[in-house]
Design a protein around this ligand. Structure first.
Ligand SMILES: Nc1ncnc2c1ncn2[C@@H]1O[C@H](COP(=O)(O)OP(=O)(O)OP(=O)(O)O)[C@@H](O)[C@H]1O
Length: 375
């Protein structure tokens, strides 16, 4: 798979730009703050419907404009697919797939399989559990697009259930009785069902990812310790955690947690409370790993995702934002050895010489809202 063309209108710093990309290496060179990452971010948005840098859409729209458009032409197995997204902050995105409007924006998920590494990924190791859950769920959807629906259904149930618990909590606080919790049982059934589907998907994903992570970390860091990954559920899982057994476990945990949930006014059970345990040798990475180790770990998580997708027969586009400046020459060459075979590799850097010669391919200069192909 590769992106043939990217067009942006009023996205971040770009008023209007169109870039023809090539398979293999595409390197975006330019001084700091010129808009290199903005290009990668736009592709990341097409792949995941979210930005790797900001939680809301407003910063993605060029200052002074009301909406942004990201359009890209993706070539996959000899066919071209056009994807267009219109981003209007505060409203649902409008999407087009090919010539037709998509029913929902999330129908575009799966059209562009992208693995993106950016400096912000340090948060995967150092940040809150939410960062790691997002990593897992994005990869789950990239690997199996059907999970976009599962995730959306699960999020909707948690939201509705929280609203119900919150209303009852506030009623109690203000002396209005216990509040109406009569529909909570129905939401429990939905939460256990979608939650079990999401959770078993994540478990299977982590099991498949683990060997790739160990290999990738070893390759980029050549460290003293091995990188390991384990899923940390917030409930104790059965020995054989198939979907039916996990659904039963979640249902039982919800029954047990009911008094505490009513007391606190929030959903306390389910995969939205889970985490990933990342370790280097005997120690957790979070709180123990050095800056360099954490950075290599974060990169290894993305490379593992890339390798896993390839092992599945999906050739994702790989984007590496500002990676090479952090690496010494030995590590640069090792990384080049790992990613040199990518169907399409997008690299941003301030200094072109930081990128190993084998990866340079097509070069673009990025300056003042323009992107010019120079080689
Ligand atoms: N919504 C927006 N409207 C206008 N300009 C924006 C908007 N969002 C970001 N910018 C501008 O985009 C620029 C940042 O672009 P980007 O992050 O792509 O830089 P970069 O080339 O990757 O830099 P670095 O090498 O430092 O990572 C900044 O100058 C910022 O002011």
């Amino acid at each position: 798979m590769h992106v043939r063309r990217l067009e942006l209108i009023d996205f971040r710093s770009y008023e209007r730009v169109g870039i023809d990309l090539e398979p293999g290496g595409n390197v975006f060179v330019g001084p700091n703050g010129m808009g290199k990452t903005n290009l990668i971010e736009a592709l990341g948005y097409v792949a995941t419907l979210s930005s790797h840098r900001v939680a809301t859409d407003a910063p993605l729209v060029r200052a002074g404009a009301t909406a942004a458009v990201v359009r890209c032409a993706i070539e996959h197995e000899g066919r071209e697919l056009l994807v267009e997204l219109e981003i209007v902050p505060g409203k649902a995105n409008r999407a087009r797939l090919g010539r037709s409007p998509a029913r929902r924006a999330r129908d575009v998920l799966g059209a562009l399989r992208l693995v993106l590494f950016a400096p912000e990924d340090l948060e995967l190791v150092r940040g809150d559990p939410a960062e790691r859950r997002r990593y897992l769920d994005e990869l789950l959807v990239t690997r199996i697009p059907r999970f976009a629906g599962v995730r959306a259904d699960y999020d909707r149930v948690v939201k509705q259930r929280n609203a119900l618990l919150r209303t009852a909590y506030l009623a109690r606080k203000t002396g209005g009785g216990r509040g109406d919790l009569s529909t909570l049982d129905v939401w429990d059934v939905h939460l256990a069902r979608y939650g079990a589907e999401l959770l078993t998907g994540r478990l299977e994903l982590v099991a498949a990812l683990a060997p790739h992570l160990a290999k990738s970390y070893d390759a980029v860091a050549a460290g003293r310790h091995a990188a390991t990954i384990a899923y940390r559920p917030s409930v104790e899982l059965p020995e054989a955690p198939d979907r039916a057994a996990v659904e039963q476990t979640l249902a039982a945990a919800l029954t047990e947690a009911r008094p505490a949930e009513v007391e606190r006014g929030v959903t306390l059970v389910g995969p939205h409370r889970d985490d990933l345990h990342l370790a280097l040798g005997p120690l957790p990475a979070r709180g123990y790993a050095s800056h360099g180790e954490s950075w290599s770990y974060a990169l290894a998580l993305r490379l593992a995702a890339y390798e896993l997708l390839r092992a599945d027969g999906i050739e994702p586009v790989l984007a590496l934002d500002d990676v090479f400046a952090e690496l010494d020459s030995g590590r640069r060459e090792r990384l080049a050895g790992l990613v040199g075979g990518a169907a399409q590799l997008l690299v941003t850097c301030a200094v072109a010489d930081d990128v190993p010669a084998a990866l340079r391919g097509t070069r673009f200069e990025v300056a003042e809202g323009a992107v010019v192909r120079v080689e």
